[in-house]
Design a protein around this ligand. Structure first.
Ligand SMILES: *Cc1c(COP(=O)(O)O)cnc(C)c1O
Length: 389
């Protein structure tokens, strides 16, 4: 899909107008809906007639968000959820059963990893974690009970790039689905369904909202898979608030231009960091020095807006860079118009054992920047304060 088509869908797809013909999409803050008659109520409850019943099942503002995001990802159907984690939970609960197995890439978002290795394991869904970039490791992890492959690309915080098309082929040969967490790139930069993935996972809390206001999540896939997810959601209830859906719906309208501007700044920042004396290594898929640069440029439109780098001097020097900033926000959040900085080893990955962190390449000198929309010169100047001397 080219930019122009994407941009039109981003502002137009899914819009439904009420009897008042409002131009901007309405926010329907209602938990339930009324019927014209007892017969209509019965038909709606039985699913014989389309229409809203109760906001745990559907709400017009939520429907508009789902339809717009499905169009942007190029999928048949989207189901929105309360958060990104609620999306992942709903995917597993809707499509898997006890005794079945997941193959997941290493370097997943911390809570995702804990969900698979801790909580889901208690209910008999077992997960094998494999190196994100080692295709043989994915093949070797397959069991007869494997039903789902789950990857995140680029990974957090090291920006490792998973070969989506290759992993999709491996998953399909095993009779399993491939789910891709597309949080870091969004459909503006990467469309995994076109590469063979079956399900898209989103934390809409990040770039889809893009301004750090609300929590939300979403899954996109075939009607069949999404129906299984929806059955879980409407019964179990991890559904999105209409207010949050409305905020994210409006956020999607500026998604592509935000992602492009933030990616351009990220590339410029990454190139500048590579020239700084105190920086040992920069991790950014848009750099020629990135191990999967060629793959990243094939499957992503840009390198994205997350840049990580190792400073020489370990934790002490890394914290010095963080503490010297005056503008950049010190927070583990990402996907905001404001640039953020975090020290993964003591925050997002603080509960991971030092050995596991070292094995994953997350050193004491590693810093992660989520590049926002401020002037890139101001971002550089803010980082330079702690890097010099
Ligand atoms: C934040 C995040 C999640 C979880 O989303 P929430 O909305 O915080 O529940 C999942 N995956 C990735 C890659 C994330 O960054």
């Amino acid at each position: 899909m080219n930019h122009q088509d994407f941009d039109t869908l981003a502002v137009r797809a899914g819009t439904q107008r009420s009897q008042f013909n409002e131009h901007s999409e309405a926010l329907y803050l209602t938990s339930s809906f009324v019927f014209d008659s007892a017969a209509q109520a019965a038909a709606r409850f039985a699913g014989e007639e389309d229409g809203n019943v109760y906001a745990r099942f559907s709400n017009p503002t939520v429907t508009m968000l789902q339809d717009r995001l499905a169009a942007l990802e190029g999928g048949e159907r989207c189901v929105a959820t309360a958060s990104g984690m609620a999306a992942i939970l709903s995917l597993v609960m809707g499509t898997m059963r006890a005794g079945e197995h997941v193959v997941a890439s290493n370097g997943l978002f911390g809570a995702t990893q804990q969900l698979f290795s801790g909580i889901l394991a208690k209910f008999g869904v077992e997960t094998s974690f494999v190196s994100a970039t080692d295709l043989d490791a994915y093949r070797a992890a397959i069991k007869t009970s494997t039903r789902l492959f789950f990857v995140e690309t680029p990974s957090n915080p090291l920006t490792e790039v998973v070969d989506i098309a290759a992993v999709a082929e491996i998953a399909h040969q095993a009779g399993a689905l491939l789910a891709v967490d597309n949080c870091f790139c969004t459909p503006a930069l990467q469309r995994p369904l076109e590469l063979g993935a079956d399900v898209i996972v989103h934390s809409a809390t990040k770039y889809l909202d893009g301004q750090g206001r609300v929590l939300g999540g979403a899954l996109v896939g075939t009607d069949q898979v999404m129906e299984d997810v929806f059955k879980f959601l409407r019964t179990a209830g991890p559904c999105i608030s209409p207010f949050n859906a409305w905020v994210i719906l409006k956020g999607l309208e500026t998604l592509r231009i935000r992602m492009e501007a933030q990616s351009n700044s990220a590339l410029e920042l990454a190139r500048w960091l590579e020239t700084q004396a105190g920086v040992a290594r920069v991790h950014y898929p848009g750099l020629e020095s990135h191990p999967q640069h060629a793959l990243a440029m094939r499957q992503q439109r840009t390198g994205g807006a997350i840049v990580s780098f190792d400073v020489a001097g370990g934790r002490e020097q890394a914290w010095r860079v963080v503490d010297a900033t005056r503008m950049i926000s010190i927070t583990a959040n990402l996907g905001d118009t404001r640039t953020t900085i975090t020290h993964p080893a003591s925050t997002t990955h603080g509960r991971v054992s030092p050995e596991a962190r070292a094995a994953a390449g997350i050193g004491e000198g590693l810093l992660r920047i989520a590049v926002g929309l401020e002037s890139v010169d101001d971002i550089k100047a803010d980082l330079a304060r702690g890097l010099v001397g």
